[in-house]
Each structure stands twice: as C-alpha cells, then as structure tokens.
Design a protein around this ligand. Sequence first.
Ligand SMILES: C[S@@+](CC[C@H](N)C(=O)[O-])C[C@H]1O[C@@H](n2cnc3c(N)ncnc32)[C@H](O)[C@@H]1O
Length: 243
Amino acid sequence: MRTKPVKVEHIGGPKISYFHSGIICSLRKGDIEVIPVEIYRQHKDQLALIKPERWNIYPSRYDHVIQAIAEYHPAKVMEIGVLNGITARRMIMEMLTYMDKPSYIGFDLFELSPEDEGSKSGVESHWMVKWKLSKFEGAKVRLIKGDTNETLPAYKGPKVDLIFIDGGHSLETIASDFHWSSQWLKPGGVILMDDYYPEIESTGCKQLIDSLPDPWKWELLEPPDSPRGEFIIHMVKVWKNEG
Ligand SMILES: C[S@@+](CC[C@H](N)C(=O)[O-])C[C@H]1O[C@@H](n2cnc3c(N)ncnc32)[C@H](O)[C@@H]1O
C-alpha cells in the first residue's frame, strides 16, 4: 500500500534518517522534503508540516490591509487575530518593499477559540506561526499568545503606525480590542477593522463603529465581500481627526 506523502521542513534537532522505497533518506535542519506521513508522525517535534495555503477561501477585502500598508508606509504594525499568519506574511512582505527592519506584533489565542466557530479552520500553534514568519530577514516579529481581553490590557508597547483588528467576533471582545489597541496608535496612524456587516448589529464591528465619538473618523472600504451572495462584509478604515 502506498503511504500518503506530506511536505515538511526540518526545523531543529538531530538528523532524521529513514528507509523509503529501498533507499536510506535523511533530513537535516533547513531541509524541505516530501516524505511519508508515518515518518512525519514519528518526528513531529522536529518537522513543520508545510500545508498549501487556503487562498480559495481568503477574503479579497483583506487586500485593503495591504493597500493601506502600501499607502501609509507604517514602520510598526499590530494585528489582533493572526490565525495562521497569511495576512501577517503579506503585511511583512509589503513593508519590506520600502524598509529593511519592519516590526510586526501579532496577538492571538493560537488555539481553538471557544467563542468563535469560524476561527477553527486553519488554527496553528504559536510556534508554527512564529517559524513561518521568521523567514523574512530583517523583520522583527513578536507574537503574543492568549486571550486579548487579558493580553491587550497588559501590553506595554511600543506604539504602532497601523493596527489591523480581526480577532474575536463577540461585541465585547471587538469593543475591548479597539479600546485597548487604539491606545497604542501613534498620532497620524490608521486602524483597519474587519467584519462590518451593514445589515447586522448583533455581531461584528458595526455597533462599535457607528457609535465612535469624535475625534474618530471612519470609512467603509470598497469593494466589500459578499460570501455566496448572502450578506455583505466590509473592511473599515478608522483614524483620528488630529486637526
Ligand atoms: C479571522 S481570524 C484572523 C485572520 C487573520 N487576521 C488573517 O488575516 O489571516 C480570527 C482570529 O482571532 C483569534 N481570536 C478569537 N478570539 C480571540 C481572543 N479573545 N483573543 C485572542 N485571539 C482571538 C482566533 O484564534 C483567530 O485566529
């Protein structure tokens, strides 16, 4: 019986040797190889599984985050809700087009969220995401693991130029994420917030955004997404009127 192949990278520890199709194969730190799944299972602590990214379900409204980075050229960004780091990676790659040492700070549970069914697909460990984001030479990456209702109030800086809020979906968590993270926004900085449903108040950031007091300003970014044509989701840009 043929065994299922998986693509892995050896991420540390001793050389791994195994016997496959009549030959002895070996893997050292840094090697990327397609190997039988049994070998991966035996050496899981030393091998990172390289899964194909699920671009087919990646929402196109996330392009607004990358466009904001291209427009504002932030040196330090913060992301609330990292998941498996797809947008984190895009943000860092965009920043590296105009500077050598960008800084990225990401907050996430890095485990299944009790609050949010939707976040269950694609969850990866803190160490796995850290490893993926360590590939960008020069970029300073800091990942803060835990519930943002606790980790954000305990955060001690630094201030950042751009914040992308895309974490827990409950009204309480969204309000808390905005309240605590926005205190670390530099003057002239910008916040991108996902999940503005124009027709839904009970989830997402509509309630919070619609009630933002002065000097906050906001704009729904076009185009929104409309998954299966059932509802509309906007990315929102929020900033402070400093004048
Ligand atoms: C929609 S996903 C983030 C997607 C990511 N921004 C991207 O663009 O690829 C939401 C993330 O928020 C995280 N999350 C949900 N509730 C959280 C909480 N209370 N504290 C920290 N992270 C939370 C989930 O673990 C999940 O990874």
